[in-house]
Design a protein around this ligand. Structure first.
Ligand code: VGL
Ligand code: ZN
Length: 194
């Protein structure tokens, strides 16, 4: 029987986006832990688990000393710093590929990212014959939203796991999930009620 090739996209679960980081998103650590739990239980159903890193070198206009937390942000996820590393509670042993984004510009969609060898995410997904995408990570109202929109625009059936995402603003995160659903994303829970 033909199986459907399924990818899990783990977005920006980095120290700077978790509690204690320079752009901490409330619930970031809990999300990192729950994603680990989900991967431990379900890694076998995925043909690819790909994680992104916001990976800033000189991201034009993305950083500010007086950030508005909408288009400008405190310095975060600078390449080569501890803040850009995956959170220690994220079990990296399940991650098949890492894509890096945002070197010289803001990049909210994971589809703007490339692997270490320079392959674009869409090429990787096509090469692995991925047919459906499941999304988790940080931040619901920025990277998760834009990655979900890209995934849907490319035509992938797309699920966002409500219990595996954390956002900057609760209102904007609720709007983001509503927008994703209106564009055709499936909103689901990954873990049973804990
Ligand atoms: C992100 C704010 C700034 C994200 C990246 O990954 O959602 N948010 N840079
Ligand atoms: Zn950034």
């Amino acid at each position: 029987m033909e199986r459907i090739n399924r990818a899990l996209m783990v977005i920006d679960v980095q120290n700077d986006f978790c509690e204690g980081g320079s752009l901490a998103v409330e619930g970031g650590v809990a999300v990192a832990q729950r994603i680990t739990q989900h991967m431990r239980r379900n890694a076998h159903i995925y043909d690819l688990i790909v994680a992104s890193k916001d990976h800033h070198i000189r991201p034009q206009g993305h950083f500010s000393k007086h950030p508005d937390f909408v288009t400008t942000w405190p310095v975060h996820c600078v390449a080569g710093t501890p803040g850009s590393e995956f959170h220690p509670t994220l079990d990296q042993s399940f991650i098949d590929m890492v894509v890096f984004k945002g070197e010289y510009d803001a990049a909210y969609s994971m589809f703007e990212g490339k692997t270490e060898s320079g392959e674009a995410l869409i090429q990787l997904l096509e090469r692995r014959e991925i047919e459906v995408i499941e999304i988790c990570g940080i931040a619901t109202d920025y990277c998760v939203l834009q990655s979900g929109i890209s995934s849907l625009d490319y035509g992938f059936p797309t699920t966002v796991f409500l219990d595996l995402v954390a956002g900057v603003s609760p209102e904007d995160s609720a709007d983001a999930l509503e927008e994703l659903q209106s564009r055709g994303a499936n909103l689901d829970y990954a873990l049973e009620s804990q």
